[in-house]
Design a protein around this ligand. Structure first.
Ligand SMILES: [Ca+2]
Ligand SMILES: [Ca+2]
Ligand SMILES: [Ca+2]
Length: 250
């Protein structure tokens, strides 16, 4: 009961303060790559992409509480909002995880930069590290569509708790896609986790969907907000949808 009351108050507060926000969601299309991601500080010294691809750093860093599969769900995002990812100090360097906790921020990937996994965290070209990013795709209708990932090196993608992409071969260019992949989106919030492990040389991630997906509203927003639009869609889904619609209509 208490939890529900707090949640309701949060909703009320969101509605009350909404006039202060002019939320502009990110969009995608066949030539529009998604630039803003909710990203965890890079995991350094990953032992190379082949090793990194077999490790769930969320599970390692939370004693098994959070996993790739869980964090790519709205329920998992709520868990993440209350959790700290604490990895072995060996994975810390260059301010990544320097206090023992790998923090999350909204970052911009330069969709034209072939070393954007490094540069999105303000680093010059790094080797042997792993990048993680989350987006929420708010879909007005359920659909089957095609996603287009570019990556260097080893990319793995989960949507709504399911692994949908696993490719340890770099694609050859920051806007080059070798495996367009059919995926299903539900009506409402779809959580997507993009993990990419780098060994050496170029290090990039990039993703777009189809022209027919230009109606998707994508979080983080252009203003760099994540939790306020991603973290609430857990309970009272109808109310949250109404709140979101109200914000969008502004
Ligand atoms: Ca930290
Ligand atoms: Ca590389
Ligand atoms: Ca590199």
């Amino acid at each position: 009961m208490h939890k529900r009351m707090i949640f309701s108050l949060t909703l009320v507060a969101t509605v009350a303060i909404s006039p202060a926000f002019a939320a502009t969601f990110q969009n995608t299309a066949s030539d529009v790559w998604i630039a803003k991601w909710f990203s965890m500080e890079n995991v350094m010294n990953n032992g190379g992409f082949a090793v990194s691809g077999g490790i769930d750093y969320f599970s390692e860093g939370t004693g098994g509480d959070i996993t790739h599969e869980l964090v790519s769900t709205t329920k998992g995002l709520r868990e993440l909002s209350r959790a700290e990812v604490k990895l072995d100090k060996a994975h810390s360097a260059l301010e990544m995880g320097e206090d023992g906790v790998w923090d999350w921020e909204v970052v911009d990937i330069d969709v034209d930069d072939s070393r954007n996994m490094s540069s999105s965290w303000g680093l010059n070209d790094q080797s042997n590290f792993t990048w993680h990013g989350i987006i929420v795709l708010k879909a007005p209708s359920a659909r089957s569509t095609t996603m287009h990932p570019a990556h260097d090196d080893y990319a793995q993608i989960w949507i709504n708790g399911e692994p949908v992409y696993d490719n340890d071969q770099w694609t050859g260019g920051v806007k080059t896609v070798t495996q367009p992949t059919d995926v299903d989106l539900v009506q409402g919030d779809n959580v997507l986790l993009f993990k990419c492990g780098e060994a050496g040389g170029d290090d990039y991630v990039n993703l777009h969907f189809e022209d027919s997906d230009s109606d998707l509203d994508i979080v983080p927003t252009m203003e760099g907000e994540f939790w306020i639009y991603a973290g609430l869609a857990v309970e009272a889904k109808d109310k949250v949808s109404a709140t979101w619609a109200g914000l969008k209509a502004r």
